[in-house]
Design a binder for this molecule. Sequence first.
Ligand code: NAD
Length: 477
Amino acid sequence: MTFDDDYAMLIGGERVRGTATLDVVNPATEEVIAKVPDASREDLDRAIEAARGAFPGWAATPIAERKAKLMALGQAVLAQADSFMRLLTQEQGKPHAEAQGEVMGAGYWLMGAASLDLPVTVNEDSADRYSETRHVPLGVVGAISPWNFPMILAMFKVGPALLAGNTMVLKPSPFTPLTTLKFGEIAAEILPAGVLNIVTGGDDLGPWMTSHPGFDKISFTGSTATGKRVMQSAAPTLKRVTLELGGNDAAIVMPDVDVEKVAEELFWAAFRNNGQICIATKRMYVHKDVYEPLKEALVAYAKTVKVGDGAEQGTQIGPINNKQQYDRVLDLIQDAKDKGYQFLVGGEKADVPGYFIPVTILDNPPEDSRIVQEEQFGPVLPLLKFDDLEDAVRRANATEYGLGGSVWGNDEDKALEIAQRIASGTVWVNETQHLSPTAAFGGMKQSGVGVEGGVEGLLEYTNAQTIVRRKRAPVAA
Ligand code: NAD
């Protein structure tokens, strides 16, 4: 079964088509595959009003009921997983198997979020007084999501925000609005009207949201550059912000690693979703003792990988999602060519329709090169050689980013010791990219402000409120 091609926003439980539309392009064919509403300021005002109107009722709904709604929402996503998967491949480009993984993950994320509880801290329980701190919802949350994982990253926000008792206006990226709008159709059947509203639009809509006085919080996932604009725009009304931003994750490959065992995993750490992952390995520091064999293994494996339309059987890597990002990655490749860096594989784009870039690996480019210093967010990996672990740690940390990172080695204690010295919000040992709805995830330095996931992420959708109750009768003056 596939979804119909009627795309409408969700505002106050109603399907709203608006007056203008935006084209959505399939990045594998460059063909327009759908038109979605281009929200006006009035549409946004109405969505915020609807969310504000629904807030008191939703906040007063017992948490057990809110959990049950999130469970039902998660189950409804799983029940339609096949349709979501096809649509996700069309709008995002990722191969069916990966799209399936994202959709299932989105369903389970909602259910995982529903397993969390809001803690209550008893500060004092003495003969004189009882004092406790509880967590109350903020109000209306504006959620803004990116195009690389449109479904699951939206659920990172929907689950905890609604669980905590907030209502929401969600805006997907204009490049990937389709699955989010179809999710809205499901949500309209499960949630009370106005609890979740979905608006789609062009480049003006995000700034309208972040500056709108009707929001109490902005939860944003996207680039560091845009994150800075969001924070600035949210400041005049002191909106709370959670910012999940870019990364330039380093993998450190220790000299005792078993090359045969890790090569394939290291390849996908960098190239899964065509490198368009905030926590993709974007710089691979390899000890000189294993540099040559790992290089050979990665290049040999790269040559077996099928790049193509994600809807075709057997495709392992799809196109870049949009023209803007495609041009950016090509520019980084051109820069590497101009500087005379060594290409081990890739580098030449095929003359076919679609935003396809071949898997590209560079041999030890200089540390100050653009491909090492910038977030490429595409299928281009610099392999970097080191001979001193201290030097590898220093280079891994010499960045404004601090999102993720990984350490690979047979001596787990040593690998763990190195992992603890990486200045990033998450560091993995002998794996990458494992996230969970019950674990905090966020960036250090310019990779973000705040976290998503876990109780820590849930609390970011609340105000702490301390209630102090005197037990003894007041003493007369
Ligand atoms: P982007 O910053 O261009 O856009 C993200 C979202 O913000 C989109 O919905 C966009 O329409 C909206 N937007 C654009 N300008 C805005 C503005 N001025 N005000 C408000 N909203 C605005 O990011 P992208 O290109 O969609 O995503 C790629 C980036 O996201 C990469 O840097 C990647 O590392 C990062 N990312 C981070 C995480 C994380 O969890 N830390 C996850 C995925 C992606």
